[in-house]
Design a binder for this molecule. Structure first.
Ligand code: DX5
Ligand code: ZN
Length: 221
């Protein structure tokens, strides 16, 4: 069964505590923490995501799935490691060279945290083949990173199939998470293409019954 990582990017700040509580009781598998620095992407969500992580790490055991859309990767890895997340994902496009990429992967793993690499829609999967044996998850962006509520880019589905085939052909046990514009209409296509986790924001947080929405999505695949 596919795992659901609910993105809390678009929740209303004024009722955040109630929303987070309701998402936990609705049995989201992870909280997807979208950290944006205003440089790698125009929006800056760092302050609010730090606040939410502060709160979540004090009230819930639901694992945190931290998605860093930032330029200064090392600084943000260190500031989110304090919340003992399940996984920290950095963007391939934010790291200058493969030595630096391996350094950041090791930094995250040395702190007992799983590590993911995210690729934007225009980045070819072949570009991350070399790092795959060292990581736990690939976060395939199915929208341009930077905001919630966008439409899924259909061409990204082929990338997921290519990645899944490469992982299977090379005996690599790496999770594939899709992120952006996911809903009950396209979820099964993504799982059939090779995803075992999906990051979903507005399709869940805009619904009026989180529990039935998450249950419905899980039963689709
Ligand atoms: C976009 C984020 C996504 C987004 C998902 O930059 O990485 O996680 O918040 O939200 P929806 O499901 O609304 O596209
Ligand atoms: Zn995300």
């Amino acid at each position: 069964m596919v795992e659901i990582s609910t993105s809390i990017l678009s929740i209303k700040k004024e009722n955040a505590i109630k929303t987070l509580y309701n998402l936990e009781t609705a049995k989201t598998d992870y909280f997807h923490i979208d950290v944006m620095d205003g440089k790698f992407v125009p929006n800056n969500t760092n302050d609010v995501m730090l606040e939410y992580c502060e709160y979540l790490s004090s009230i819930t055991n639901v694992p945190l799935d931290v998605h860093l859309m930032v330029e200064d990767v090392e600084q943000y890895i260190k500031s989110y490691l304090v919340f003992e997340p399940n996984i920290i994902t950095i963007h391939f496009e934010a790291v200058k060279n493969k030595e630096k990429l391996k350094e950041y992967v090791d930094l995250i793993k040395q702190n007992n945290c799983k590590v993911g690499i995210s690729i934007k829609p225009d980045t070819k999967v072949e570009e991350i083949y070399e790092i795959l044996p060292y990581i736990h998850m690939v976060l395939v962006m199915t929208v341009e990173p930077g905001k919630g509520g966008q439409k899924l880019i259909p061409e990204t589905i082929e990338k997921i199939k290519t990645l899944k085939k490469y992982l299977d052909d090379n005996g690599l046990e790496v999770d594939i998470e899709a992120d952006g514009g996911i809903n009950s209409q396209n979820l099964k296509t993504l799982v059939d293409a090779g995803c075992n986790i999906v990051a979903i924001g507005t399709a869940i947080t805009d619904s009026n019954d989180y529990k039935s929405e998450i249950q419905k999505l899980k039963e689709l695949a």
